[in-house]
Design a protein around this ligand. Structure first.
Ligand code: UDP
Length: 380
């Protein structure tokens, strides 16, 4: 059984669900919690997944505790009815940790996809760093995306027998999506693509950036658009009303800023492929953009994804308004600085993460051999 509730989880579990469906040894049952609503449905649609159960917990303005409480309450009867042999959760959302607790209470082994990421600071990202650490305590099988994440788990005294390095399944999803090259539903984006000018792609939604920090991000975007009238800034804006209220007043009314509703995954990856510079506080985007050779400036103080920072395609720039403006300006005006960051690197996966994940789950259930760690069978 796979349980997921938000857009980033859906993107990363979709390839695993498809691989489970193709497996001879295992059957697949999917449960969505609906922690995000439209953004989740968008992803299910693109990967052709129809959930077997929908806990439908979404409520505007729900607190984290309410989300956790609802998942626990509504998942438990589904676990009782379906009696899964194992339960797969992904990453670090409230959905994933609550589902892991519910499974643990029923003695169902928890499989943690994208295990072992650590920022080192329990309060950022919030609440994700705490969620991922809690899930690590409950999991019977840890599917670590990279050698770094495996090392983090071993440092926390998790047994190496319980950890398999799979590569991040976001790369499986990305490779599937970019191949499709969908048209943009927003005609403004289609014209931007035709015009072939420089695009700065911005995404921001992190909870710890809400409020004044996000207003500063909004002001930085506005200043950049005014300073570089020849560039197009594109912001697919998160559904959260707090994010919208903080950003929109500072960026609206400019002809070179396009604010869109959240894009379907295929359209988003096409936009990513078009971008000259990516400015983000997203986790998933930090993993995808390096694959496409895009420089990424991350508006956070730390990251649980150090691999692309080490490879030189991602830079942590924090959230200070002036610093954001200067860092983006440098990449727009200094071609040597841009070139130094714009090289394709794949530290997060090779597109076969889902296959390795399903092999590891099959092994957990004594139905097949243990797969080799990604990287030990030839990292690409
Ligand atoms: N994404 C998308 N449409 C958008 C913006 C992002 O499909 O308009 C995808 C993006 O490719 C990445 C994921 O959503 O895979 C990231 O989600 P988000 O930033 O919400 O969460 P995080 O990764 O930070 O947990």
């Amino acid at each position: 059984m796979t349980v997921y509730g938000t857009r980033p989880e859906a993107i990363k579990v979709a390839p695993v669900i498809r691989a489970l469906e193709a497996s001879d040894a295992l059957d697949s049952v999917t449960v969505v919690t609906g922690q995000h609503r439209e953004m989740l449905d968008q992803v299910n649609e693109i990967f052709g997944i129809t959930p077997d159960h929908d806990l439908d917990i979404f409520e505007h303005g729900a607190t984290l505790s309410l989300i956790v409480a609802r998942v626990l309450e509504r998942l438990d009867p589904v676990l009782e009815a379906e009696k899964p042999a194992a339960l797969v959760v992904q990453g670090d959302t409230s959905t994933s940790t609550a589902a892991a607790v519910a499974a643990f209470h029923r003695g169902i082994p928890v499989v943690h996809l994208e295990a072992g990421l650590r920022s080192g600071d329990i309060s950022t990202p919030f609440p994700e760093e705490a969620n991922r650490r809690l899930t690590s305590q409950l999991a019977a099988l840890h599917l670590a995306p990279t050698a770094t994440s495996k090392a983090n788990l071993l440092r926390e005294t998790i047994s190496p027998d319980q950890v398999v390095i799979t590569g991040n399944t976001v790369i499986d999803a990305l490779l599937t999506a970019v191949e499709r090259k969908p048209s943009f539903t927003d005609p403004e984006l289609e014209s931007l693509a035709d015009a072939g000018g420089r695009v700065v792609l911005v995404t921001t939604h992190r909870r710890e950036n809400w409020g004044d920090t996000m207003k500063g991000i909004g002001r930085a975007i506005g200043r950049l658009a005014d300073r570089f009238p020849d560039i197009a800034v594109v912001l697919p804006i998160h559904r959260n009303p707090l994010v919208r209220a903080a950003l929109l007043p500072y960026i609206e009314g400019r002809s070179n800023v396009t604010v869109t509703e959240p894009l379907g995954y295929g359209e988003f990856t096409r936009l990513l492929a078009l971008a000259s510079v990516v400015l983000t506080d997203s986790g998933g985007v930090q993993e995808e953009a390096p694959s496409l050779g895009k420089p990424v400036l991350v508006m956070r103080e730390n990251t649980e994804r150090p691999e692309a920072v080490e490879a030189g395609t991602v830079r942590l720039i924090g959230t200070d308004e002036n610093r954001i403006v200067e860092e983006v300006a440098t990449l727009l005006t200094d071609s040597t600085a841009h070139r130094a960051m714009a090289h394709a690197t794949n530290p997060y996966g090779d597109g076969h993460g889902a296959m390795r994940s399903v092999a590891a789950i099959t092994h957990l259930l004594d139905l097949g051999p243990r797969p080799a760690d990604w990287g030990t069978e030839g990292q690409s």
